[in-house]
Design a protein around this ligand. Sequence first.
Ligand code: OGA
Ligand code: MN
Length: 294
Amino acid sequence: MSITVTPTSPDFFAEISGVDVSKPLAPADCLAIENAINRYAVVVFHDQKLDDDQQVAFARNFGPIASSALKLRHRDIKHRIESSDVADISNLDSEGKVLRPDARRRLDGLANRLWHTDASFRAVPGGLSMLYAHVIPDEGGDTEFADMRAAYDALPDAKKRELEGLIAEHSIWRSREQLGVVQYTEEERASLPPVPQRVVRTHPGSQRKTLYLAAHASHIIGMPVADGRLIILDLIEHATQPRFVHAHKWRQGDLVIWDNRCTMHRARPFDTTKVRDLRRVTTRDVASTLEQAA
Ligand code: OGA
Ligand code: MN
């Protein structure tokens, strides 16, 4: 089997075939996948069979694993997935039943419907996210991806100059607050304090400049909150125009990898009485964006 990379557009979103991701990766295949991610930012593998351990083992080829913050902000419930290497991106409780409409974990997960990038609210944010589809509803529940390098490139030069050096404060509580989801304890809040991140950064894998934004971004440090918030809202609106967005329609057995450093994504609605079971493993970026190239 040899790896084939089939782009769906010149610089964004590719399909990769000819590799079984449940098996140890040959170095050449690992490099080919890495190169494809660096160029296309989002890649999809179809028809894969992965258990949680295999998914984690595959992710380790690309860096150290970031522990899921889910258990930090939900301390009082039993979790379906024990390992903190695996984020439970499902609508299921610890017994495998669909979460009730008012379940706190369901409401918390609705923040995935807002445009975001994973773990920008942590000092060392997310690197690559790898989301695997166990069960997919018949309709709805797509994931959309926005190309933040293309969005940066399309800004007028004067706007690019205005954004130089800006630092946003990111907090997981900001994305929840936008949906009126605020029922967290002081202890949960204290476990994930706000962090600063650059608004524009150089994507290390391609050396292209990119916007770095998320629903977690609250305001711009050193500026009135309202002004900073408007800058963030305008940029997210710009970056999520249809010309920068690709929607992924899931099939069971899909593994999608995205580079959080140069994309945003959001989940789309589906009939929430149906099961949607995806699980995510995310690698850690090397450092805070403040310690990386602007
Ligand atoms: C995630 C996420 C979107 C989705 O796993 O980080 O935002 O469609 N998922 O489930
Ligand atoms: Mn996400």
